[in-house]
Design a protein around this ligand. Sequence first.
Ligand SMILES: Nc1ncnc2c1ncn2[C@@H]1O[C@H](COP(=O)(O)OP(=O)(O)OP(=O)(O)O)[C@@H](O)[C@H]1O
Ligand SMILES: [Mg+2]
Length: 262
Amino acid sequence: MWRDLLRRAVAPFPLPAAAPAGTAGSAWALACAAAGNGGDDESETAALRARVAALEAELGRAELLLRETNHRAKNAFATIASLVAIELADIRDPKAREVLQLTQERLSAVALVHQALQGSSEDAVLDLGALLKRLGGAVAFSMGAEERGIEVRIATQPVPVEAGAALTLALVANELLTNALKYAFTGRSGGCVELTLRRRAGRLLLRVKDDGIGSAPAPGRRGAAGTGLTLVRRLAEQLGARVRFGGRDGTSVTVSIPCGAL
Ligand SMILES: Nc1ncnc2c1ncn2[C@@H]1O[C@H](COP(=O)(O)OP(=O)(O)OP(=O)(O)O)[C@@H](O)[C@H]1O
Ligand SMILES: [Mg+2]
């Protein structure tokens, strides 16, 4: 009976065609035998142990490969960032510089999510709250919030979110925070930007609110929205989310996502 149970437990993990390095040949033969024929208790136990060892060796190699892949992806992000930086150094046209700087910031947001995913499996679940805290800190720093007297408050609950949705929402938050820090305080000496993430009534609410000059246009208004708010609207649509604009003293944008989409 226990043999059957053990066999069933390891059955979903077929043995590789050849003995993995580090697995004794005799143990390997036993493992193969156990996968097929029956045997006495002792040889079956040894075979199952060998099978576990073989699977552990496979897992070790897979983990090594994943680490290597992550490392390469990180280097690739760094290379792209350097290429953009090199282009920036030679460009004088203010509009072209702005576009490249924005590309750098968007790239950083993607790289940050990738970094948070390191070591996780493909269907990994991330803590969106923690991710947005790091993102908010990075955006505030890169846009010189502190030197400009702008306080960036980040209040997020821990919310487990599937990796794809986490990337989508990190990009949304990146656009909204960037806008607030870029436009809300024109002609002012300081202010406050607040990023909050909380759950309410089966929905996840991501809000970026500032106490600046106001006037952020709703993304649906023709001609009003630029790339950023258009991106916000498209990304929100992917999650079946609603985007609501408001705010009396400043701008407030709330993205309301049905929890089922996460
Ligand atoms: N928080 C805000 N406060 C005041 N104005 C805002 C705010 N957010 C957006 N806006 C206004 O809305 C416009 C459209 O924003 P959007 O992000 O779509 O485009 P953009 O920022 O101009 O371009 P891009 O995102 O490509 O840099 C901005 O140009 C700005 O005038
Ligand atoms: Mg923008």
